[in-house]
Design a protein around this ligand. Sequence first.
Ligand code: DAH
Length: 346
Amino acid sequence: MSLESFIAALDAFSREAAAAFASAENEESLEAARVKYLGARSGQLKDLQKGLGQIAPADRPAAGKRFNELKVGIEEALRQATARLKQGSAAGPRAQHFDPTIPGTRRRIGCLHPLTQTIAELKDIMGRLGFTAADGPEVEDERHNFEALNIPPEHPARDALDNFYLAAAETTAGAASPGAKARLLRSQTSTVQIRVMEQTTPPIRIISCGRVYRPDTADATHYPMFHQIEGLLIDRHVTMADLKSVLRLFARSFFADDVHIRFRPSFFPFTEPSVEVDMSWRDGWIEMGGAGMVDPNVLQAVGYDPEEYSGFAFGLGIERVCARRHGVTDIREFFKNDVRFLRQFG
Ligand code: DAH
């Protein structure tokens, strides 16, 4: 083979191989081109190298030099093509190497408010003790919020400054003959006791969880709106011992065994005797609410015979129960809607 035709063959090879590398669209086609042109066993470069042996000895150094130049040039073309494809795939490595076994990134979907969770749990625990959930309106009349609960018109609990009377309503507090016209945001869930008793014949075992409203200044343990759980049991021969054991069972299931509960003598118009219920809190006690034996006047107000039926009632603050459970020291946290606080209950 003459030197000229050898060089021509080298040039043709170089153009063709460089074009093939440059136009390869993916790693597979580039590899196919590499094998075709530069493959160690049957690549075309190998054939050209063999051609070197047929060149006249005098021309061989020149031919060898051209061959080496070509080899360096074409290998560089291959490197560039490889780099080009790598760069392209770096933009979307996931699309190219999708691994279905890698766990996905979960979206945060939020969680129930701690008070909502507490209410659900209270209903569940009391449900297991045989108490069904009842409801009543948040806008109440004076009969259900006061009168039937043995809170007479002159009682300070009915003071306009201690309740959210609705603007249009005329309060009968202090009036000689109380009417039922005035409306207010209920100040206690004890209203539901009356509503249930008015419509049911004993035995009764209900709880009611809901919002109540009082014009209190907000501090670590008070808020103008908060939640109560009310309990009512009416039957024949109900005693204070039943009240104690139900509240104790409730406290133990909700807080686990480490909690102690304590009753202190107290006064509520709708119970006789009345107690205040405390639960152990760190080194001391925290007041959870009130309880007692339903006052005969209340039973009479709903048409029950106090000689036949007796019962107990209790009302606890849900914020306090929830705060005690989770170690929250300021109940205002429950109403700030700060997700950093709320997320801890997810
Ligand atoms: N209603 C009372 C309050 O809001 C709490 C309460 C005390 C409820 C004694 C009761 C009870 O049912 O028997 O302060």
